[in-house]
Design a protein. Structure first.
Lengths: 618, 82
């Protein structure tokens, strides 16, 4: 088992909360979490609906392994239609909330409709109720979390909330749980706020004990935890420097997008790197990094807990930010650092704190500021918009000014909250938006890492590195080294990563396990825990089914093969960094082969044959 | 020959005291190779994962290849991210 087989359906329009059985036929095909919740969304909503209207639904979903003893089984995902992209949104988060929800007895919460006034959902095991949240509206995530804990009196209550940015309509607002873990991408927080849903508080004490074969399960779990512990990446590398170890690597190979992707190497990369986070600072002799941290049940512990220098201009008069908090992770450090040309570690750390405090996706935020900076330098945005602030690349002061405005949506913050695509359209430079399907790029220049170009172009949720992380193979040699400069073989590599990742995201596990585990390590744990026979082949098949379901949703939402594209800058303006000099992303050499491998039509449509093969809904 | 050697992440502990940050500027007589540099600073070869010369990945079987004066050699242990 391990599915609790219970869904909590919350109708926000009516204010009703009801229990219903989980569709186990769908669970057998789509596993849980990402896959299963997408199946529900497809069944219950019109893909053409307004993402911010009452017809869109918002689903919090755990996987069958979430909350179990399997390492990293902390995960939950939020599935909805994205207001940023108009495509499927699926944002995955760690921390403790997912496991708590499972322990309270729920696989999934489906929010539908729109509440007439601000509410929050309070769950204590099988008891769930909507309660007024007028007192929380207008508060940051951190203040909301504090007030909910004050009321509950239970420090183990887990809270997911949206901040003021989402209330103000920022299109890339996140849902933050446990203060600094985020269902970060594609504006899932914006959808939550559009429903007048401020927070979800969960306390679960029932445990997750319904394991199919407990003895085999515990043996398998112990063996596979040993694999993670003995692997140099998951046992040593990630705990020591976290994802931030990548800053110098990606810069050295000439694939660190800089200044809104005009350049592919950043002179100040070291200053915002994982190594720099360990260096004692002059003011108090302490490093930026305080410690690493783990999500529920995780034996890797890649998370970063850090402080900002108290003498730094951003917080010298704000003692509320003198303590420890979450970050920096690599993607955030890149977006708010290299992509804006800012190499001030304290500024970037502070800005990351604010993204957590008021619930913004730091990747989209940083990349949008970068686009604004380029337009400022071109004269399309002027001091009239920025209240006199010089919005230039490299300005830490400008970056800090921007985050404080997006957090509340005031002034130019409302424009920055539109995201890069709409901002660039508004100011007459659509070509400067570094996005796919309206979502901002993460931290790898596809001119230097060809597979990531195809990854970005074909990602079902818009530009995203987590849908197929070919960096592992193309840069770091895991599971085997491929040449980042060539396109040959990348279509197959991307498809394999996409399908496997869809399965991992649907079981309740963290994708970082895949640096040491393959599906060969996961299937035995899944099979010992869950009813049905779970083999590697079945997981791969489920992954491919999920990918096609997401694709089909997007097509029905109005996207086409033409949306599987990259900005011209990456296709025509060659890299100027020495290791990748002269290279562009040769997407046209990979995309047709990718469609062919997927079994799609030449214009990227899912065929009837595939619908039949995977029993996709019509 | 002039070589710039950069050690990253946990390999920084193998740097001698005269290193600046994570970087060593070396002035060597005769020829050298990536493996020779790894051995010179007593870095166990089995903990080295990524070696780059001027930003280009050098697979293990090519780490004996002689370096050219002016090369930058960057070395990491097992790393990952995302």
């Amino acid at each position: 088992m391990t599915w609790t087989k219970k869904v909590l359906r919350v109708n926000l329009t009516e204010g009703s909360v009801n229990e219903e059985p989980l569709n186990m036929d769908w669970a057998a095909e789509y596993i849980g979490q990402r896959g299963l919740a997408t199946r529900y969304l497809v069944a219950e909503t019109d893909p053409a609906c307004d993402p911010l209207g009452p017809d869109n639904k918002l689903i919090f979903a755990t996987g069958p392994l979430t909350g179990t003893a399997v390492s990293t089984a902390a995960r939950y995902s939020v599935i909805t239609k994205s207001p940023l992209t108009g495509a499927i949104a699926c944002s995955n988060s760690g921390g403790f909330l997912g496991a708590e929800l499972k322990s309270a007895g729920w696989d999934m919460i489906i929010f539908e409709g729109k509440s007439p006034s601000p509410v929050m959902l309070n769950i204590i095991n099988e008891n769930a109720e909507l309660v007024p949240a007028d007192d929380l509206w207008g508060k940051s995530v951190w203040e909301t979390d504090r007030l909910i804990h004050e009321k509950s009196g239970d420090p183990q209550t887990r809270v997911a909330a949206v901040g003021r940015s989402a209330e103000a309509g920022c299109l890339y607002s996140a849902i933050i749980n446990d203060l600094h873990r985020a269902a970060g991408r594609s504006g899932v927080g914006t959808v939550m706020a559009s429903k007048n849903l401020k927070a979800v508080a969960v306390r679960g004490t029932r445990g997750v004990g319904n394991i199919k074969d407990p003895a085999r399960f515990m043996k398998s779990v112990a063996e596979e935890k040993q694999v993670l512990a003995e692997n140099a990446v998951t046992g040593q590398g990630l705990p020591a420097l976290g994802t931030q170890v990548l800053m110098n690597v990606i810069n050295e190979i000439g694939a660190l997008p800089t200044n809104n992707m005009q350049l592919s190497q950043f002179e100040g990369a070291h200053n915002i790197s994982g190594e720099a986070m360990l260096e004692p600072r002059k003011s108090d002799g302490k490093p930026n990094l305080t410690t690493n941290a783990a999500c529920f049940g995780c034996t890797i512990a890649c998370g970063r807990i850090s402080t900002v220098d108290r003498t730094h201009f951003s917080i010298e008069n704000k003692p509320e930010y003198w303590g420890n908090s979450g970050g920096l992770e690599y993607e955030a450090a890149w977006a708010m650092g290299a992509d804006t040309g800012v190499d001030d570690l304290d500024a970037v750390t502070y800005v990351n704190f604010i993204c957590n405090e008021d619930g913004m996706d730091p990747i989209s935020f940083g990349a949008t500021v970068a686009a604004a900076m380029e337009m400022y330098e071109k004269g399309a945005i002027t001091k009239e918009q920025t209240d006199g602030v010089e919005l230039k690349f490299g300005s830490a002061e400008a970056l800090v000014w921007c985050v404080e405005r997006v957090a509340t949506g005031e002034g130019f913050g409302a424009d920055l909250g539109l995201g890069s695509k709409r901002l660039c359209q508004k100011y007459g430079h659509p070509e400067l938006s570094m996005t796919v399907k309206g979502q901002e790029f993460p931290a790898y220049d596809p001119r230097g890492i060809q597979g990531m170009g195809l990854t970005y172009a074909t990602s079902n949720r818009g530009a995203c590195h987590l849908r197929s992380y070919t960096v592992a193979s193309e840069v770091l040699g895991i599971p085997e080294k491929t040449d980042p400069a060539v396109t040959e073989g990348k279509a197959g590599l991307v498809k394999a990563f996409q399908d496997a990742t869809a399965a991992v995201d649907s079981m309740g596990l963290c994708v970082f396990t895949t640096f040491a585990w393959t599906l060969d390590n996961m299937a035995p744990q899944m099979d010992a825990a869950c009813e049905g026979d779970w083999t590697v082949d079945r997981l791969v098949e489920a992954g491919e089914r999920i990918w096609n379901l997401e694709r089909d949703y997007n097509i029905k939402a109005g996207l086409t093969g033409a949306d599987d594209n990259l900005p011209e800058r990456l296709l025509k303006e060659a890299s100027k960094a020495a290791p990748t000099e002269g290279q562009v992303c040769n997407l046209d050499q990979m995309l047709p082969e990718y469609y062919q491998l997927r079994g799609w039509t030449a214009d990227g449509q899912v065929t009837d044959e595939l619908r039949q093969k995977f029993s996709l809904p019509g | 020959m002039q070589i710039e050697l950069k050690l990253f992440s946990s390999l920084m502990e193998y740097l001698p005291a005269n290193a600046e940050g994570n970087t060593l500027e070396l002035n060597l007589s005769g020829t050298t190779s990536c493996h020779a540099l790894i051995d010179r600073y007593k870095i166990p070869r089995d903990i080295v994962q990524v070696v780059m010369v001027n930003g280009e990945f050098v697979p293990p079987e090519q780490r004996e290849t002689p370096l050219t004066s002016g090369d930058t050699v960057s070395i990491w242990p097992a790393i990952q991210g995302g």
